[in-house]
Design a protein around this ligand. Structure first.
Ligand SMILES: [Zn+2]
Length: 500
């Protein structure tokens, strides 16, 4: 009797999940069994109560729904959800061009239909495998975001961890659009996750991926790669579709900016060698860069697309032989390979000492080979030298401008400056810091000069400003020792007292 009940639950799980349960409970003799045989085997041999099996199955289901939510998030975050009609009984919406109709949301009479082109809906929802396709939670997220449905009303089929995750997505969009005050980026936690899991996920640890990231190892890997680059202050555009590139990196702070097309590859063996086995794969990578990216852009933006980077646990040495071929194929796009340990090393080193700019990181992408930790060390030392030189140039400029007027205006007590002169000193020093630390421009509507300060480079600012403060106090002390010219006050007193 209980075996039958257990079977009724277990038959809905995949072979992979069933095997995992069997392994966890140390059953033997299930290898080679098909899904239905596995379900039968598990129901007969698992010595745990039905309730526990039920909660195990629910957990698996929740994980899958969280995966669907991640796909829904893409539509929602890039505003591809359009609510065409909304009232209490009926909602009509379009998600990425697909039509969805929801009836009686939040009640027992609830029903929904998705577009007939939606594979998820046709083969999974209609057959009762899952309660919803990826388009449904996208609509719900949009409705909550717009405030159309009370966040207290629980939408059908979305509850528990899935509901919490949905609210988190809505919050994320509000934060991105500046609608909520952010409590700050959770840099520490992300860094901890990367240190703990990055390599294991890249080596296809699907159990960890599902438990902690509610996703397949491949998708969780893409997410971690994205987060790693966000910690390097890159702007990114992730893409969760099956085909095509996984991530675009935008080197916003470089002059000119650049775009790197990123492809993430997991590998159970720890070495991603597909390219060496199938060189035709180069043609696919080419289409990611050219057809799917460069050709879709216009004007100067096309020139920004300069790099293709593959990211995997590691690569065989021979993979480097394809770089020149790739550059030839794509008329100039440079291909490089970034092993996960190198990326992690770069991120950790950067968070400890954030002194490399996008311009310096770009040197890694220019390598056209496998990027190693020694390359990362090089850009850090080059960057340190560069910042020292930049600071020196700023100090020299400050001194030059101060000297230009101080011999005229300085007496025994004061260096006298009017606001026009002060402004000109500041402008000259700032012009040295462009484009590394600031961008100068003119506001079109008013014609007033604007200065954009790169706050991500606070550590470089700190070094430069400390240098400038040292220089400024040095100038003051020099004047203090040198100046003997009478002050105005002294002159006045002498005049009144009639002492000549
Ligand atoms: Zn759908």
């Amino acid at each position: 009797m209980t075996a039958k009940k257990k079977y009724a639950i277990l038959k809905n799980l995949t072979s992979k999940e069933l095997k995992e349960i069997c392994k966890q409970h140390e059953l033997r003799g299930f290898s080679g069994l098909k899904q239905n045989e596995l379900a039968k085997f598990a129901s007969e041999n698992l010595d745990i109560p039905v309730e526990e099996i039920e909660s195990l199955a629910n957990r698996f289901m929740e994980d899958k729904l969280l995966g669907k939510l991640k796909d829904a998030k893409d539509y929602f975050m890039i505003k591809q959800v359009e609510i065409e009609y909304f009232d209490e009984d009926l909602i009509k919406a379009r998600v990425g061009g697909y039509g969805i109709t929801i009836k009686n949301l939040g009640t027992d009479d609830f029903s929904y239909t998705c577009d007939e082109r939606c594979q998820d809906w046709l083969y999974q929802v209609k057959k009762g495998k899952y309660p919803f396709c990826k388009h449904y939670p996208a609509v719900i997220a949009e409705l909550i975001y717009r405030g159309d449905i009370d966040p207290k009303v629980k939408p059908n089929h979305i509850s528990g961890r899935v509901y919490d995750a949905l609210l988190e997505i809505v919050e994320e969009r509000k934060r991105e659009e500046g609608l909520t005050q952010i409590g700050g980026r959770n840099i520490e936690q992300t860094l901890e996750d990367l240190k703990a899991d990055f390599l294991m996920i890249s080596r296809q640890d699907s159990k960890l991926a599902r438990k902690k990231y509610h996703d397949t190892a491949e998708k969780a890997f893409e997410t971690l790669v994205d987060e790693a680059f966000l910690l390097l202050e890159f702007d990114t555009i992730p893409r969760r579709r099956e085909h095509g590139w996984d991530l675009l990196l935008i080197g916003t702070h470089a002059t000119p900016p650049y775009v790197a097309v990123i492809e993430c590859k997991t590998s159970a063996s720890g070495i991603y060698d597909y390219l060496t086995r199938d060189p035709d794969y180069l043609v696919r990578l080419k289409s990611y860069c050219i057809d799917m990216t460069k050709n879709k852009l216009i004007g100067v933006y096309r020139d920004y697309v300069k790099y293709m980077v593959l990211i995997a646990p590691d690569f065989p040495k021979e993979t480097e032989t394809f770089c020149s071929q790739f550059k030839h194929l794509t008329e100039g796009i440079k291909l490089s390979f970034m092993p996960v340990p190198t990326l992690l090393y770069l991120v950790e080193k950067y968070r400890e000492n954030p002194i490399v700019t996008h311009t310096f990181i770009e040197r890694l992408f220019m390598k056209e080979g496998i990027i190693r930790e020694s390359d990362v060390d090089s850009i850090f030392s080059e960057s340190a030298e560069y910042i020292a030189a930049l600071t020196q140039r700023a100090r020299n400029e400050l001194r030059r401008k101060m000297e230009e007027f101080s011999h005229r205006t300085t007496d025994a007590c004061f260096i006298k400056v009017d606001s026009v002169i002060l402004q000109s000193v500041i402008n000259h020093v700032l012009s040295i810091l462009e484009p590394d630390l600031i961008k100068m421009g003119v506001k079109e509507s008013t014609g007033i000069e604007t200065i954009s300060i790169k706050h991500d480079y606070f550590e470089i600012w700190s070094q430069v400003l400390h240098g400038l403060a040292d220089e400024f106090t040095k100038i003051l002390s020099e004047e203090s020792f040198l100046q003997t010219k009478r002050t105005e006050l002294k002159e006045e007193l002498i005049r009144f007292l009639d002492i000549h």
